[in-house]
Design a protein around this ligand. Structure first.
Ligand SMILES: Nc1ncnc2c1ncn2[C@@H]1O[C@H](COP(=O)(O)OP(=O)(O)OP(=O)(O)O)[C@@H](O)[C@H]1O
Ligand SMILES: [Mg+2]
Length: 373
């Protein structure tokens, strides 16, 4: 079976690592010939995943296609689907999700709980919705890693908003952020991974590390699972999805956003769960039985992010210290140059004891630094 991936970043790389266990031929399309996935596939094509002809030509000889980023040419995928190429997820599901306006409308249409919102086309338009403030303004398309997300606290900060199609949504009083990964096969059978919980840096408001399974009440777990399943069943698409959720101060669970692909909140499943998110997606594509998402041990993820003030050829400071730690797994994404904020790798920690996870996560964050020569 010939399987293609649109995008050659670290998610594609880890998907290829799992694909090496199965009998398939892999193809990757990506602009950058030195991307993380370039050297792990059978066939690499240099090209723009947003260009209709490039995506169509790449896909037309393949049996199946998947994505590792949603900014792809959906029209080309729609045509390929018509011609019999299996696309995971369906082009229709990608189209709904890749635009934050249609994504929010999809939640509203399917009675999936999400924060109240309106659609705007300029910053000035926020003036007409003062009752929604404090709010969060989100670009409909083109945002990534938090860029394209702007908090509008009050009337004075309206000018910070976007002058392009966007969603203005109520700012939720968040107690916890969770991510749930759901897989669905062509028969409509679903499988759900235990939720991951994001632990934020109070000072910088950055994702500090992640714990899984999240520490939440059983009732909240059931609610979160029911909502995440409903998102995927309403999308009516086979594939693998990550649903980001907020638990608010009243204990209500709201959907923040959905990613129609393998997700950074599921890196730990490589070592810490019986079947990883990558293996699960491949089983869905190959029409194999779904795997077990159960955890082998609780785990934490520390992301290795390019440090402030360093750009150029990467150096991983104190890598040896981390490699000596027990039940700790280092993943470097093969990016040769670093810059501030760039995702360069991650470390997974496994332990039966949550205190041990937190302790080791903090130790790794303070020892291992991504700097340059
Ligand atoms: N309605 C909201 N109320 C409160 N906080 C929010 C809201 N929407 C987003 N945030 C905060 O901003 C973060 C980023 O928002 P979101 O996930 O929508 O953007 P993104 O561009 O996809 O970012 P990322 O790539 O980091 O997931 C959320 O994880 C959350 O902490
Ligand atoms: Mg997000």
């Amino acid at each position: 079976m010939k399987v293609g991936i649109l995008g050659g970043g670290q998610l594609g790389r880890m998907l290829l690592q799992a694909a090496a266990n199965y009998d398939l031929i892999t193809y990757v399309l990506e602009k950058d010939p030195n991307c993380p996935a370039a050297h792990l596939c059978h066939h690499f094509s240099v090209g723009d995943i947003l260009d209709y002809d490039t995506v169509y030509q790449f896909g037309k000889h393949l049996d199946a296609l998947t994505i590792e980023i949603e900014a792809v040419n959906v029209d080309a995928l729609t045509q390929l689907e018509k011609e019999g190429v299996k696309i995971y997820p369906t082009p229709a599901a990608i189209r709904t999700i890749k635009n934050k306006i249609t994504q929010k409308q999809f939640y509203a249409d399917n009675e999936i709980p999400t924060s109240n919102f309106v659609i705007t086309h300029s910053a000035d338009a926020i003036q007409g919705h003062l009752g929604l403030l404090p709010a969060v303004h989100k670009l409909a398309e083109g945002g990534y890693d938090g860029k394209g997300v702007q908090v509008i606290e009050d009337e004075k900060s309206i000018s910070l908003g976007f002058n392009a199609p966007a969603v203005l949504e109520e700012k939720v009083k968040i107690i916890k952020e969770l991510a749930l990964i759901v897989g669905m096969n062509a028969k409509g059978e679903t499988v759900i991974f235990p939720p991951a919980e994001m632990i934020f840096d109070q000072v910088y408001n950055l994702l500090d590390y992640q714990l899984s399974p999240a520490k939440i009440e059983e009732k909240q777990l059931w609610k979160a699972e029911a909502i995440a399943r409903k998102v995927v069943q309403s999308l009516k698409s086979p594939g693998l999805f990550a649903i980001e959720l907020f638990v608010d101060q009243n204990g209500e669970i709201l959907v923040n956003e959905t990613a129609p692909r393998v997700h950074n909140s599921g890196h730990h499943t490589i070592e810490a769960n019986y079947c990883s998110q990558y293996d699960m997606l491949l089983r869905i594509i190959l029409d194999y039985p779904l795997g077990s998402p159960a955890p082998i041990l609780p785990s934490a993820i520390v992301n290795l992010i390019g440090a402030e003030g360093f750009s150029g050829d990467v150096v991983y400071e104190a890598l040896d210290e981390v490699l000596k730690m027990e039940n700790v797994f280092v993943h470097l994404y093969g990016k040769t140059t670093t810059k501030p904020g760039r995702k360069m790798g991650h470390v997974t920690i496994m332990s039966n004891d949550y205190q041990d996870l937190t302790h080791k996560a903090n130790k790794i964050k303070h020892t291992l630094k991504v700097i340059s020569k």
